[in-house]
Design a protein around this ligand. Structure first.
Ligand code: ARG
Ligand code: ZN
Length: 875
């Protein structure tokens, strides 16, 4: 069944108060729920029956205003409880029995390494008790948790703890009360044997907030970074958005089994262990940065998501797009803005553009869905954030802040739409964002075709920009979108030229944001004594593809002179893409353009450049990106061409790489500053390249680094480099040594799995199958599944895409198996198969057959059904 935005109706009933009592046992849990309900005066039919959602619940009793409702007084229909005759105001008490210990879907209440925890977004609360499970029903929650005191000393829920005490049989209880009305997807409960790390945050208005992180005792030493990140986030939200925290307690809990990264439950954020726990010896720099960003993301949701929430799930990007934008700006402020922008643009261009061009393409505000869990996508999150960023660019920081203040003030305590967000921005700024709204409605990545001419006599440079938006499933003939198009023009000396849009313009900027609103524009720049080199879409000012016929010399020029760091990086990427694509067609005899090698040599030796940017610029475009750019991807040919470039660069620049390696050795002095992170990144990149050409000296360096590393970044850097080398004996030795050392730490074991699964040398299909039977592998743990199956199919593309279709069949087999255990995870794993139409015929048929294998499984979940059927549609 498909749900449509156009069918939205206000809820027939409102819930003012929810009183919950959980009796937690080893063989199940009894949930007593008393709802204070009234008819919604805005609902058209005041005689409507009460309908509550419920999934996998055993109903024990129903009472209305304290009186038992006889069995003919209600109906259980599919996944709903229907009570036909109800008054305008009443209390409904429902008792249900659930089995958290058998819940492998990890939605609702479940157990993870002995503790009870919850995940209710989007529709997990209905797996706990009967409820109108939709975000526009907001209620005050009071929650009493009862459990065995010895096994579950810590009992947590949202808000403040208002009561606690002893019960018979060694049991105890704690009661929590959340003063803020909230949708049920923000409900949370945790019960376990956990240690508590405490700190305090002084807010801007002088209140003291009690901060607590709860983890299993073995993780007690891994909380500091998350706590510091939390305090930085709280300060940043006060300073940049004027948002102060509202409750007296803020809690974070780490759980090992979790479908996503983390969840912003009111006052009680629950995190996937891998997204919160870190210590220098067990977590890489990338993990430290990811944790800081996710802690911030979940914290920021307290305003953008919780205080102001979504009216319905079509509005998911209202909270996710805005919150990702907020966390990206936070990360930029904490580290290097250019590097952060490069990372985000890379994710957009590699993965979101692919999604936007595939069978699951959908607008930032979708018009329909079958299973909402499938819509926690790069489009909702990352493209949604880009859309908010464009508003920020169009309005400027001051008016944007005025808009966000108005949004929070106007809608505090409400469940609203993306349109309400845009309207607040319009009202505060006076700008008309009417056409801009198409970004929310139209799917697909706009393409900008840019051409130019230079009139030397007039000193005029003309830039023609045409935009088109490709068709996507169910959407054709799209209207032009409102695109902020930032650009600069470089003169022969590499400096920005003044951008005068008319003769005699004075005080002209060196960089401008042009606004595209039509299918075609021509811009004229005056007073130019020479033909400039255009630097287009500076800072990735819009999530679009830009086509312009830069020559390789021009790209070299931009890569070394552009004042916009992002476009410097981009020019280097475009040059590398061009070189790889040209080699792709040339079998084995093609030469790697010497200019690319020169560019890399300069990069490696230029100590004046921001080393964090250099570290990024050294990365060749990924195979995934090359596939995305191809019309019909021949994966093996692209892989060979890319490898040829990589090994040629490594071979030619061997001495430079070794020098770079030694120059950046500060392994005795571990710090987490951007500069130190950049040095580790450069050093490990140099090592990785040298091992791609099986350099014996580099192999020795890697062995020493592996043994002596003072931190996980360096140890993993050495391990990854060796695992991706041809030194088979060393590969085996370090993999075994690493496992021996870290086998008791699940987060590190996950990294050990994924470094193998993502490796072209160590990740052949036979080896992947062996990992699935490794004692540390668990089918019920999403991180393990992702680190083996996800890493293989999503990152080890040259092994996954075999012309005998073995990789595809393997994935189909695992998806079928996982579908019964955890449909959300199974549906996500299908993604690499969905874009089968984009691949060369040798791959395409095998991918399609694998999709059909999945489609034909008995009892396919709604999650996987939707992805597979949409992928196969029309074939
Ligand atoms: N709201 C969470 C976040 O972005 C994501 C939770 C989504 N969970 C899910 N099962 N779909 O921070
Ligand atoms: Zn979020």
């Amino acid at each position: 069944r498909t749900i449509y935005l156009s069918e939205y109706q206000v809820p027939a009933f409102l819930v003012d108060h929810v009183d919950l009592r959980f009796e937690l046992f080893e063989d199940g849990a009894r949930v007593h729920s008393t709802l204070t309900i009234r008819r919604n005066p805005e609902f058209p039919d005041q005689g409507e029956a009460l309908v509550l959602d419920g999934d996998s619940l055993v109903l024990e009793s129903v009472r209305m205003n304290g009186e038992a409702v006889p069995e003919n007084g209600y109906q259980l229909k599919g996944e709903q409880l229907l009570v036909p005759e109800v008054p305008d105001h009443f209390e409904l008490t429902v008792v249900t029995w659930i089995e958290p210990q058998n819940n492998t879907r990890l939605e609702g209440l479940y157990k993870s390494s002995g503790m009870f925890c919850t995940q209710c977004e989007a529709e997990g609360f209905r797996c706990i008790t009967f409820f109108p499970d939709r975000p526009d029903v907001m209620a005050r929650f009071r929650t009493r948790i009862e459990a065995d005191r010895a096994a579950y000393p810590v009992l947590l829920s949202n808000g403040n703890d208002v009561d606690r005490g002893e019960l018979v049989d060694g049991r105890h209880f704690v009661t929590w009360e959340d003063p803020f009305p909230k949708p049920c997807y923000l409900f949370a409960l945790v019960a376990g044997d956990l240690v508590e790390k405490r700190d305090t945050f002084h807010t801007c208005s002088g209140r003291d907030i009690d901060l607590r992180i709860y983890v299993e005792s073995r993780n007690a030493q891994k909380c500091d970074h998350a706590m510091d990140s939390l305090k930085r986030s709280m300060r940043w939200d006060e300073e940049v958005y004027g948002r102060e925290y509202d409750l007296d307690i803020f809690m974070i809990v780490a759980v090992d089994d979790f479908n996503m990264g983390a969840m912003e439950n009111k006052g009680l954020n629950i995190f996937n262990s891998s997204c919160v726990l870190a210590s220098p010896d067990t977590a890489t720099d990338a993990a430290f940065q990811r944790i800081e960003a996710i802690v911030a993301h979940e914290y920021f949701h307290n305003w953008s998501g919780n205080r102001v929430t979504c009216r319905d799930w079509f509005q998911l990007s209202l909270k996710e797009g805005f919150t990702v934008f907020r966390d990206a700006e936070f990360s930029a402020d904490m580290g290097s803005p250019t590097v952060k922008r490069i990372e985000d643009a890379t994710l957009m261009r590699t993965a979101q553009f692919a999604e936007d061009a595939g069978p699951m393409a959908h607008p930032v505000r979708p018009a329909s869905y079958m299973e909402i869990s499938n819509f926690y996508t790069l489009t909702i999150y990352e493209k949604g954030a880009e859309v908010v960023r464009m508003i920020h660019t169009l309005l400027g920081p001051e008016l944007f802040r005025k808009g966000s203040d108005l949004y929070f003030e106007r809608h505090d305590g409400q469940a609203v739409t993306t349109d309400d967000f845009v309207r607040a921005m319009e009202d505060a700024s006076g700008r008309d964002l009417g056409q801009f709204r198409r970004w929310y409605e139209q799917a697909g990545t706009p393409v900008l075709d840019v051409s130019d001419e230079y009139d030397a006599d007039q000193g005029v440079y003309r830039l023609k920009v045409q935009q088109r938006i490709p068709d996507t499933p169910g959407q054709t003939d799209k209207q032009p979108q409102h695109i902020p198009f930032a650009l600069g023009l470089l003169g022969a000396d590499g400096a920005d030229l003044p951008l005068a849009l008319a003769d005699g313009d004075t005080d002209v900027p060196a960089s401008r944001v042009l606004e595209l609103t039509e299918a075609e524009h021509t811009f004229e720049f005056h007073g130019l004594a020479e033909r400039p080199v255009p630097s287009l879409l500076r800072g990735f000012s819009a999530p679009v593809r830009v086509h312009y016929p830069w020559t390789r010399d021009q790209l070299m020029f931009l890569a070394s002179h552009d004042s916009d760091g992002f476009n410097r990086w981009d020019a280097g990427q475009r040059l590398a893409v061009d070189v790889i694509q040209a080699l792709e067609g040339q079998a084995d005899d093609g030469e790697v353009d010497a200019r690319l090698i020169d560019a890399y040599r300069r990069l490696l030796n230029d100590a004046t450049l921001d080393q964090a940017l250099v570290a990024k610029m050294l990365n060749l475009p990924s195979l995934a990106y090359l596939i995305e750019l191809a019309k019909e991807a021949d994966v093996q040919a692209l892989h060979r061409a890319r490898e040829k470039v990589l090994t040629t660069l490594a071979g030619t620049l061997r001495e430079d790489l070794l020098a770079c390696y030694h120059r950046n050795d500060d392994s005795d002095d571990y710090q987490l500053t951007p500069e130190a992170i950049a040095r580790r990144s450069l050093r490990n990149t140099a090592l990785a390249w040298l091992l791609r050409i099986d350099d014996a000296e580099a192999c020795d360096l890697a062995r020493v680094q592996f043994d002596r590393a003072s931190n996980m970044t360096d140890q993993m850097g050495a391990l990854r480099a060796l695992v991706n080398s041809g030194f088979a004996a060393e590969r085996g030795e370090v993999l075994d040594g690493f496992y021996q050392r870290w086998q008791d730490d699940p987060q590190v074991v996950e990294q050990w799995f994924s470094v193998q699964a993502a490796s072209t040398e160590a990740g052949h299909l036979g080896k992947i199958r062996a990992l699935l039977t490794h004692p540390a592998f668990e089918w019920t743990n999403p991180n393990k599944v992702r680190s083996v199956i996800g890493a293989f199919a999503g990152q080890n593309l040259s092994e996954f895409h075999q012309d005998d279709a073995s990789g595809y069949r393997f994935l189909a087999e695992q998806v079928r198996r996982l579908d019964d255990l955890n449909p959300q995870i199974a549906a996500r794993l299908v993604a690499p198969l969905t874009r089968w139409r984009k691949f060369a015929p040798v791959y395409r048929e095998g991918m399609k057959t694998a999709l059909e294998m999945i489609r034909d499984k008995d009892g396919l979940s709604r999650d996987v059904y939707e992805v597979v059927h949409k992928s196969l549609a029309g074939s």
